[in-house]
Design a protein around this ligand. Structure first.
Ligand SMILES: NC(=O)c1ccc[n+]([C@@H]2O[C@H](COP(=O)([O-])OP(=O)(O)OC[C@H]3O[C@@H](n4cnc5c(N)ncnc54)[C@H](OP(=O)(O)O)[C@@H]3O)[C@@H](O)[C@H]2O)c1
Length: 308
C-alpha cells in the first residue's frame, strides 16, 4: 500500500510517499481502508520535533522506521479480525489513531476494544456521522474531542460568558459551536478577516487580536479558553470572574469511548459541523503541511487518501 513516511525531522519535504506492506488485522482489530485524514497541527509538530520531547516517543536522532503521521482518519472497514463483534466490512467509520498515528496511509488497523487498567472498553473507532463526507469526518476526532473534554472540565453551563482565543482555528471553531450548544455567550478573538466565519458559527461578540489586547478587555468571563495557546493564566486573570476558569490544551481529562459517539450525535443533529478550509490530495502532503505551518488556517485541513 501507499503511505506517507516521515523520513526525517524537519520541513514538509521530509514527508515522502512510499510503498510498504499492507497491515493485516489481529483478531481484535478492524482493517480500515482510509478515505481521508488531516494535516493536523499535531502532525506538523511531530514532524518539526516541537516540542523536543517528541523525540522520546518517535525516535531520538531520526524518526523510527516507517513513521506514519495522521492522528485522525475516516474510512471504510474492509475486514475484521475473528474476535470483532461491533463492526463489519463496509461500515463507514471515523477514528482517533492518537499517538499510534498511521492515518497517512491507504490502510490502518485499529483495535475494536482497548485495555483500560484491567477492564476492556470500546476504542475510539466509531461509525461516521451520516451527514458528513469522509473528508469532513476525518477532521472531527482530534479537535472536537479536545474541545469537548476541555469544556466539560470547566463545567460550562447555560448563560456563562466564555472568551475563546484563536477562535478561527481548528479548536476555536469547534469551541465556538460547542460553547453555543451548552448555552454560553461567546466572545471570539481572531483577526477581522475571520469575523464573518466566527459569526456564522455562532460567536456573539468579536475582538480583533491584531488591534486589541483581549487581556485588557473590560468584560469579565466565566471561562477563558486560550485555544491557540498564545496566552497564559496569569495574563488572563484580570478578565476572569472570581471563580472563573482558564483553559488551554494541557492536561485534558481522559477521552472516553462514549465521547466520539456523543460528537457524532451532535453532528447528526446539526449542532456541530467541522469548518473546512482546504482539502489536499495525498500527493500534495508537502503543500498541506506548509500551509498548516503558516499558522493561519481557518478551521481544518483534510487530506484525501482515496476518492469518495
Ligand atoms: N487541533 C487539535 O486537535 C489540538 C489538540 C491539542 C492541542 N492543540 C494545540 O492547540 C493549539 C491550536 O491548535 P489549532 O489546531 O486550533 O491551531 P490552528 O488551527 O493552526 O490555528 C490557526 C488559527 O489561529 C489563529 N491565530 C494565530 N495567531 C493568533 C493569535 N495570536 N491570536 C488569536 N488567533 C491567532 C489564526 O488566525 P489568523 O490567520 O487571523 O492569524 C488561525 O485561524 C496548537 O498549539 C496545538 O498544538 C491542538
Amino acid at each position: 500500500m501507499k503511505a506517507i513516511i516521515c523520513t526525517q525531522y524537519g520541513p514538509p519535504e521530509v514527508l515522502q510517499i512510499k510503498e510498504i506492506d499492507k497491515p493485516i488485522p489481529k483478531d481484535n482489530e478492524v482493517l480500515i481502508k482510509v478515505m481521508a485524514t488531516t494535516a493536523h497541527i499535531g502532525d506538523t509538530r511531530i514532524r518539526r520535533v516541537d516540542p523536543f520531547l517528541v523525540r522520546l516517543m518517535f525516535g531520538l536522532f531520526k524518526p523510527k522506521k516507517n513513521l506514519i503521521l495522521g492522528l485522525e482518519i475516516s474510512g471504510i472497514i474492509e475486514s475484521v479480525g475473528k474476535k470483532v463483534s461491533l463492526f463489519k466490512p463496509g461500515d463507514e467509520v471515523f477514528a482517533l489513531t492518537g499517538f499510534g498515528l498511521g492515518g497517512y496511509a491507504e490502510y490502518r488497523c485499529l483495535p475494536e476494544k482497548v485495555k483500560d487498567g484491567t477492564q476492556e472498553r470500546k476504542s475510539l473507532v466509531t461509525l461516521k456521522p451520516e451527514n458528513l463526507s469522509f473528508t469532513e469526518a476525518a477532521t472531527v476526532p482530534a479537535g472536537a474531542l479536545t474541545v469537548l473534554k476541555n469544556l466539560q472540565k470547566a463545567k460550562i453551563s447555560k448563560g456563562q460568558k466564555i472568551l475563546i482565543n484563536g477562535a478561527s482555528g481548528s479548536l476555536g471553531t469547534y469551541a465556538i459551536q460547542l460553547a453555543k450548544y451548552y448555552g454560553a455567550e461567546v466572545t471570539a478573538v481572531c483577526s477581522s478577516a475571520n469575523f464573518d466565519l466566527v459569526n456564522s458559527i455562532g460567536a456573539d461578540h468579536v475582538i480583533d487580536y491584531t488591534k486589541e489586547d483581549f487581556t485588557q478587555h473590560q468584560g469579565q468571563f466565566d471561562i477563558v479558553y486560550d485555544a491557540v495557546m498564545k496566552s497564559s493564566a496569569s495574563a488572563c486573570r484580570k478578565i476572569l470572574k472570581k471563580h472563573g476558569v482558564f483553559l488551554n490544551n494541557y492536561f485534558l481529562p481522559k477521552i472516553m469511548a462514549e465521547d466520539l459517539p456523543y460528537l457524532k450525535k451532535l453532528i447528526e443533529e446539526n449542532k456541530l459541523k467541522p469548518v473546512m478550509d482546504r482539502t489536499y490530495a495525498m500527493a500534495e502532503i508537502v503543500e498541506a503541511h506548509r500551509y498548516v505551518d503558516s499558522g493561519h488556517k481557518k478551521g481544518n485541513v483534510a487530506i484525501r487518501i482515496a476518492e469518495e
